[in-house]
Ligand binder design. Sequence first.
Ligand SMILES: Cc1cc2nc3c(=O)[nH]c(=O)nc-3n(C[C@H](O)[C@H](O)[C@H](O)COP(=O)(O)OP(=O)(O)OC[C@H]3O[C@@H](n4cnc5c(N)ncnc54)[C@H](O)[C@@H]3O)c2cc1C
Length: 392
Amino acid sequence: MRALICGAGIAGLALARTLGESGWDVVVVERSPEPRGGGYLIDFFGPGFDVAEATGLLPRLRELANPIQGVEYVDAYGRTTATLDYARFADAVGGRLLSLMRGDVELALYETVGDPVELRFGRTVDAVEQRPSGVVVTLSDGTREDVDLLVGADGVHSRVRELVFGPEREYFRYLGFHTAAYLIDDPGLRERLGGRFALTDSIDRQFGLYAVRGGGVTAFTVHRSADPELPDDPQRTLRECYGGFGWLVPDALAHCPRPPRLYYDQVAQIEMPTWSDGRVALVGDACQAVSLLAGQGASLAVTGAHLLATELGKGDDIPGALARYERRLLPLVREKQAAGRKTAEWFLPRSRARLLARRGLLRAMRVPGLRRALGGALAGRSFRAPHLGSAA
Ligand SMILES: Cc1cc2nc3c(=O)[nH]c(=O)nc-3n(C[C@H](O)[C@H](O)[C@H](O)COP(=O)(O)OP(=O)(O)OC[C@H]3O[C@@H](n4cnc5c(N)ncnc54)[C@H](O)[C@@H]3O)c2cc1C
C-alpha cells in the first residue's frame, strides 16, 4: 500500500512514522524548503503522551524538553504579580507533562522516520483526482503520484481540505485572537531573562518570553482582534500592539523578524462533520484544530496520527479504517474544543476585574484541595489516548 501525506508537521511525521513501520510506502510532501525547526513552546501532555510512550518516542522527547518550573506573570517592571506552578499542573496529569518546542517534537519524529518514508521538501499538492481504487495526486513540481491514500496533514489552513472538502470558511471557527511567535538570538536578553518563563500580566494582549534549551529566547504573543483578517505586515502589527509595553518587551520587539521566521496566525478551531472523503483523509489541525487555548493540539495530532495508522495497519479495508479512526477520536476532539472555547476568558482577561480574578485563581491553586480540581480543569476531563489498551 502507498500513501501520500501532505505536510511534515507533527501530525504528518507521526503518521508517516507509524504507517512506515506497518509496511506502507509513504511519501511526505512539505511546503517549506527544509525542516521548519523552532516554532513555539508547547505543553505536551494528555493522549499524545500515552502515544509517545507506547511508540518509544518518549525518551527522546524527555531529552529535548525544557525544565520549566512555572509561569510567572509580570508587570511593566518585570515584577512577579502571579505564578502558575508547573508541578501542580503536572500533578493533575499524573506527572505526564513535557514542555517542548514544536520544532523539537518534529525533530524527534524526523529522527525516527524510517526508510519506507520518502520526504520531499518545497512542494505541495496542486490537484487531486479520486478513482475507485486510489487517488492520483498532482504535485506542484509537476509530478503525479498514484497512491492508495492521500492524507492532508497540512495544518489549520489545509490545502488538501480546500481541494477535496471545500473552502476553509465552512470549517473555520475564529476564536477572536491573533497569535505570533519567533526565536531571538540575543545572549544579553537571555541573561536578563534568566530561567524565568514570564508572561505580561496584561489586559487583552500578552507577551511571553522564555530562554529555551540549547540557546535563544522564544517570544510568544496573543492579542484580541475582532477582525480575523491577517495583517499584511505582521511585524508592524506586533510593534503597534506591544509598543507601549515595559519590561523586556521593547528589546524583544526590536528582534522581531518577518515571516516566515515570524509565525503569525489567527487562533482558530477546525470543525468538520467528517474527516475523510473516499481515499482522502485529514489528520491533525487540518481537521481537528483545538487551538492554543485548549493546549493539546500537538498531543491530539500525535494521537490522531497513531490511531489512523493503527487502523490502516489492520488490513486492506481503507474506508473501514478511516471510519473507525474518526469514530474513536471525534468525541475527544469535540470535548477539547469546547474546553478551549471556555478557556478564552480566563486565558486573556478583558478587564482589570478579570485580571485580578485570574490572580485569585492562581493563588487558589496553592491550596491542596483546590489544586487537583483546577489542575484537572486545565488538563480537561479525558487525558488518555482512546485506543491504547490499559491507558485508555
Ligand atoms: C502559539 C501556539 C501554542 C500552542 N501550544 C500548544 C500546547 O501547549 N500544547 C499542544 O499540544 N499544542 C499546542 N499548540 C497547537 C499545536 O502546535 C498544533 O495543534 C500542532 O502543531 C498541529 O500539528 P499539525 O502537524 O496538525 O499542523 P502544523 O503544525 O500546522 O503542521 C502542518 C505542516 O504542513 C505544512 N504545510 C502547510 N500547508 C502546506 C501545503 N499546502 N503543502 C505542503 N505542506 C504544507 C506546514 O509547513 C507544516 O509543516 C499551540 C499552537 C500555537 C500556534
